[in-house]
Design a protein around this ligand. Sequence first.
Ligand code: DAH
Length: 339
Amino acid sequence: MKEQLEKIEALAKEELNSCKEIKALDDLRVKYLGKKGELTAILKQMGKLSAEERPVIGQLANKVRADIEQAITEKVAVLKADAQAEKIKAESIDITLPGKKQSLGKLHPMTVVENEIKDIFMGMGFNIADGPEIDDDYHVFEALNLPPDHPARDTQDTFYITDNILLRTQTSSVQVHVMETQKPPIRIISPGRVYRSDAVDATHSPLFHQIEGLVVDKGITMSDLKGTLEMLMKKIYGNNCKLRFRPHHFPFTEPSCEVDISCFNCGGKGCSMCKDEGYIELLGAGMVHPKVLEGCGIDSNIYSGFAFGLGLERMVMGRYDINDLRLLYENDLRFLEQF
Ligand code: DAH
């Protein structure tokens, strides 16, 4: 039996030397040391041995097992190291190759200008307010002094979900939400999407963006409105731009005005962009109508306020000399990459 054991050890080591893969070593372990392996087969015959022989052979068998085990472990380590070295060799980096260019995305011009406007207003102590795009008739029209059948509703036809629930046509609805939930002093702007049932052309879209502004406090006057808007426009369009306040009518402000800016293109001389006017209309504004304040539970004898609503698309188009609104929505990279 002693010779048998020594023969097994010799055979196993010989086979081990020719193993080139870890998988082959696993097979080898099973073949010699496994439950049905050759070493185990011999150990099963130990019962036939005499009492003196048994410990001697037992000891030898354990030594043979440990030796084979160790030889396999060492060989596994060698094979692994070889494989690693092979891999490193194959993966060597050519540091003379040019790097791969990462193309970075950037902000849409609408987002750039919106962020700029937000920054300017936050610098003046305004908060950013948010309101629902799907709203009810009361917040979009009635609370803003536009009762049913008011003729001014005609210019703001929209998409109705029910007779009472609709897509807002103006961010002015946020004024109402804010005044219902906050007490003066109030100083907010509210950028967001608005909807009107308009056909698409170079200056119209059924979905566009407005930024609403609202200030309510004691002693607020039209000069606060003027100063605020002048600050905004000078920061965006430069110190040379001039504002023109024209009387106008909005049901929710009294007095009301429209605000024009000297033409970005000709600076006020008159050109095709401003239709020889020298000015371009930018926004509507005014002093918040006492009825609107009272409807929101604010005492109009103590408080007054101003409000304005500007079209973001128009600001962006003026800023970057864009002559077709549709370009802003098409997401054509050839257009967007210019900014
Ligand atoms: N909501 C008006 C519109 O969409 C714009 C506007 C005018 C907003 C006057 C105001 C305002 O806050 O005071 O045409």
